[in-house]
Ligand binder design. Structure first.
Ligand SMILES: Nc1ncnc2c1ncn2[C@@H]1O[C@H](COP(=O)(O)OP(=O)(O)OP(=O)(O)O)[C@@H](O)[C@H]1O
Ligand SMILES: [Mg+2]
Length: 314
């Protein structure tokens, strides 16, 4: 096995009563990498995480985690992985500190070592001040941050996060991003699932796109966006668009296509942002009254549409 690779998944299949939730998925995660599984509801993301965490038996396929096989060495694997499940698994009537102490004891920690670890983790997720408050009074984002802390008590080398930003306010989301990036800088390998493009774009070194149980693409953000091509779109609304400026824009070397639909002009071009000023100037100098301008660049949503013909957000 290549020592740069910490997780190997080969031909993974999971069927639930005849329904295939994971359909022949293979991928590798490199040591120190943040890999994101991006896909819509029901794509099979949580099923993959559950199998990798040794919580669910696969129907077929092979998974190696840090050299251990999920079939034979689940006890060893559980020592090196931390898991933040999609559903919050904390006790509402205990305080944040008490919850962490409870989970720490499960991992065999006690005494000063446990106390120090709990304080370090409360600080890491930015909730030291709220440590003595009951969980039931916490926001979704704060609960998620405590759930992340709970997964780190035994100092795992690999962290699995299932939908870390679902139901999370923007402030907690930023804090969660910071925590994940900070852990990763200190060597943590991370596998997360999400159906939010922002998580994938901002956090992940590589992104795997999932749909209907299959992994349909896996690459860096840059690599994935190349699959949709390099074109940007400038959308211009104006009450009257004359043939003169349209022709002038059409003749610009960076412009690939101009389409007109009544008062709307769409320009397909490369490096739209850089050329925007020139195009506006051309329109204004020809007397066109521009009402609005919008620029769209290729993103993961465009890619998903390109690959599957359906939208990522249902
Ligand atoms: N315990 C189960 N029994 C039967 N079917 C299941 C079970 N768990 C998941 N499934 C089905 O497997 C498919 C994949 O589910 P999974 O939860 O892995 O998707 P997901 O990508 O995590 O979706 P979400 O974004 O909604 O969390 C779905 O069709 C789901 O209905
Ligand atoms: Mg899920």
């Amino acid at each position: 096995m290549n020592s740069d690779v910490i997780i190997t998944v080969k031909d993974l299949v999971k069927t639930y009563n005849g329904h295939t939730a994971v359909d022949g998925v293979s991928f590798e995660i490199k040591r120190g990498e943040i890999l994101g599984l991006l896909g819509p509801n029901g794509a099979g993301k949580s099923t993959i995480i559950s199998i990798l965490c040794c919580l669910l038996e696969p129907t077929r396929g092979r998974v190696l985690i840090d050299g251990f096989d999920i079939h034979d060495d689940s006890t060893q694997i559980k020592k090196v992985i931390g898991v933040v499940p999609q559903e919050i698994s904390l006790y509402p009537t205990l305080t944040a500190r008490e919850n962490l102490v409870f989970y720490g004891r499960i991992y065999g920690l006690s005494g000063r070592a446990l106390k120090t670890r709990v304080e370090t983790l409360l600080d890491m997720v930015g909730l030291t001040e709220r440590g003595n408050d009951l969980l039931e009074g916490f926001s979704g984002g704060m609960k998620r941050r405590i759930n992340i802390a709970a997964a780190l008590l035994h100092e795992p080398r690999i962290l699995f996060l299932d939908e870390p930003s679902t139901g999370v306010d923007p402030q907690s989301r930023r804090r969660i991003y910071d925590t994940i990036q900070d852990l990763n800088r200190r060597g943590m390998t991370v596998l997360l699932t999400t159906h939010q493009m922002e998580d994938a774009e901002k956090l992940c070194h590589r992104i795997a796109i999932m749909d209907k149980g299959k992994m349909i693409a896996l690459d860096t953000l840059g690599g994935l966006l190349k699959m949709v091509g390099e074109s940007d779109m400038i959308h211009i609304a104006a009450p009257e668009i004359l043939p003169g400026p349209v022709e002038a824009i059409q003749n610009l070397p960076i412009v690939q296509k101009v389409s007109l639909d009544r008062g709307n002009m769409t320009i397909q071009l490369v490096r739209g942002r850089e050329s925007l000023a020139g195009i506006i100037e051309l329109l204004i100098s020809s007397g066109t009254r521009v009402e609005s301008i919008r620029i769209t660049e290729p993103d993961l949503e465009t890619l998903f549409l390109h690959l599957t013909g359906t939208k990522l957000r249902g």
